[in-house]
Design a protein around this ligand. Structure first.
Ligand code: G
Ligand code: G
Ligand code: MN
Ligand code: NA
Length: 254
């Protein structure tokens, strides 16, 4: 409850901020996008990670306001970054299941796009398999509503959720994100390599893009490129950065 009270004040007090992790094309090594990751700097305490405060935000209902703040901030920041770098890179925002099912979710997305001026095609929302599995009809309608705006969807941590993939034949996902638990072992564990290979084949056979998460070594990146994975993110390229540092990062790639 103590933490919930503090979190309630965090938005108004500007204690929340976003960092952005670069996503790199495995074919031409350009920066294709960034994933927005939330952080909370608590006065007198220090940095609090989302694994700690997102569950509290979900249980308390604060996720609606925090999620709206995140969407709007990410869209404004990336619209500014696009003006600076002069090309269209995308931003991926993580969604909580409760946020998607909250009232006015579609308006929240529309508002973030309109106040920022960001092109809808530059916004990607990351959802979990769990969201697609529960009360599917309503969920699919909400997601199709935001896709109709031009926003794209990605399934986060793909391969770690439930094994029922029937949703994939019902809903046109734009991108799969291979969970880093497979990526980190794809050179040392035959089963992880088999799963990684299968996810890439599944994505491409359904006309989806595929990105590998948690790429830490050149050998992993080379393997993923050979498997025709489209893009990658991970400490090999960059940890999550402030907006100013992303801008500087783009100048190091050529
Ligand atoms: O960067 P990091 O270790 O902090 O992120 C951990 C996890 O927290 C991410 O995998 C992501 O699922 C979740 N997360 C980060 N930012 C957000 C956010 O803005 N909204 C939601 N719902 N989850 C987030
Ligand atoms: O949304 P998601 O759960 O995928 O968030 C990504 C998380 O993974 C963040 O917490 C981020 O800091 C972390 N991360 C990003 N790149 C790497 C990496 O190369 N290795 C490891 N171990 N963690 C990473
Ligand atoms: Mn994510
Ligand atoms: Na993930």
């Amino acid at each position: 409850l103590h933490l919930e009270t503090a979190l309630r004040k965090a938005i108004a007090n500007n204690e929340l901020f976003l960092v952005y992790q670069p996503q790199i094309s495995l074919t031409d090594h350009t920066l294709v996008g960034v994933e927005a990751l939330m952080r909370w700097r608590r006065p007198g305490i220090g940095l609090v990670l989302p694994s700690v405060f997102i569950p509290i935000a979900e249980e308390s209902g604060l996720i609606t306001d925090i999620g709206a703040w995140c969407l709007e901030t990410a869209c404004r920041d990336i619209a500014q970054l696009q003006r600076e770098v002069g090309y269209e890179l995308s931003v991926a925002v993580n969604l909580s299941p409760n946020q998607v099912h909250g009232v006015h979710f579609q308006q929240t997305i529309e508002r973030a796009l309109s106040v920022s001026g960001l092109s809808p095609s530059s916004l990607e929302v990351e959802i979990t398999e769990g969201l697609l599995m529960r009360d599917s009809e309503e969920t699919l309608q909400i997601l199709e509503g935001i896709q109709a705006l031009g926003v794209t969807t990605a399934i986060d941590d793909f391969g770690t959720g439930f094994s029922n993939m029937s949703y994939i034949t019902r809903f046109k996902v734009d991108r799969l994100k291979i969970d880093r638990s497979f990526v980190s072992k794809c050179l040392t564990d035959a089963n992880s390599l088999a799963v990684t290979t299968a996810i890439i084949a599944l994505a491409h056979s359904l006309n989806m893009e595929v990105i590998a998460e948690g790429v830490e070594t050149v050998d992993q990146a080379t393997m993923l490129r050979d498997l025709e994975c489209d893009s990658a993110q991970g400490y090999l390229y960059s940890k999550p950065l402030t907006l100013a540092d992303v801008s500087a990062f783009t100048r190091t790639l050529h």
